[in-house]
Design a protein around this ligand. Structure first.
Ligand code: SF4
Length: 232
């Protein structure tokens, strides 16, 4: 499984560091990639809301919704608790399924309230316990839970998405039939980096899936071409 490590090195050399997770700059209300910084309380709630909003939608739509929420002072759990559901849904229309996503944000906020909004306690908690709790929140699936854990809390957990499945199936590492946890376990076993490396790897996979290994892949310009069974 050196292929998993080789692919990481090639993707990093080709795309460069991605600096996830993007955070809204209050000066211009656009999200900015800031380099990998330690997770912190100020950004945790925004990252969790962004992870919910990005379900089944491109980030540019999420960007607009986060900017709106920031302008309205809604990237704060106390504000989200107070606002009526319909108004919250109106602010995030650009992300699609906005009524459902508004409920999910409310559900997540309620979970955070049950945790006393104590970010430091979350950082000290057993990640397996947190993951289980997050997965039990209505509307939070494995990818969203893992994004919150990795990018919001700095937990070393590999985030799997559709790009991961597509690229690593084409590389011949996956069959295309694996479930989420099977893909995640494979990466946990064969990619022994830090949480920061896991952050970077997921971001690089997204970049590559968008720019190169698209539905119709651009193989001639692909940095993974020498590793790819699709081209053997
Ligand atoms: S060579 Fe083509 S199919 Fe293989 S990873 Fe690159 S873009 Fe995807």
């Amino acid at each position: 499984m050196n292929l998993i490590r080789s692919a990481y090195k090639r993707l990093l050399a080709f795309h460069g560091p991605q600096g996830w997770w993007p955070i809204i700059n209050p000066a211009n209300f656009t999200s900015e990639y800031q380099g990998v910084t330690p997770p912190n309380e100020a950004e945790f709630f925004e990252i969790a809301v962004g992870a919910i909003l990005t379900q089944n939608i491109a980030w540019k739509n999420v960007d607009a919704a986060l900017a709106m929420l920031k302008k309205k002072g809604m990237l704060h759990p106390a504000s989200v608790r107070r606002i009526p559901l319909a108004r919250l849904a109106g602010y995030i229309r650009s992300t699609g399924y906005y009524n459902q996503k508004a409920k999910k944000i409310k559900n997540f906020t309620e979970w955070y309230r049950r945790r006393k909004f104590d970010y430091d306690a979350l950082r000290r908690e057993d990640p397996a316990v947190l993951r289980e709790e997050l997965r039990s929140v209505n509307g939070i699936g494995p990818e969203t839970a893992d994004s919150i854990l990795l990018y919001g809390l700095g937990v070393k957990v590999f985030v799997v998405d559709a790009y991961t499945g597509r690229i690593f199936t084409r590389l011949g590492i996956l069959s295309g039939r694996e479930k989420y946890h099977e893909i995640q376990n494979l990466f946990h076993r064969h990619f022994k980096g830090t949480a920061r490396d896991y952050n970077e790897y997921h971001a690089l996979i997204v970049a590559h899936g968008k720019d190169c290994c698209k539905k119709r892949p651009a193989c001639v310009e692909c940095c993974l071409f020498p590793l790819c069974v699709k081209n053997i």
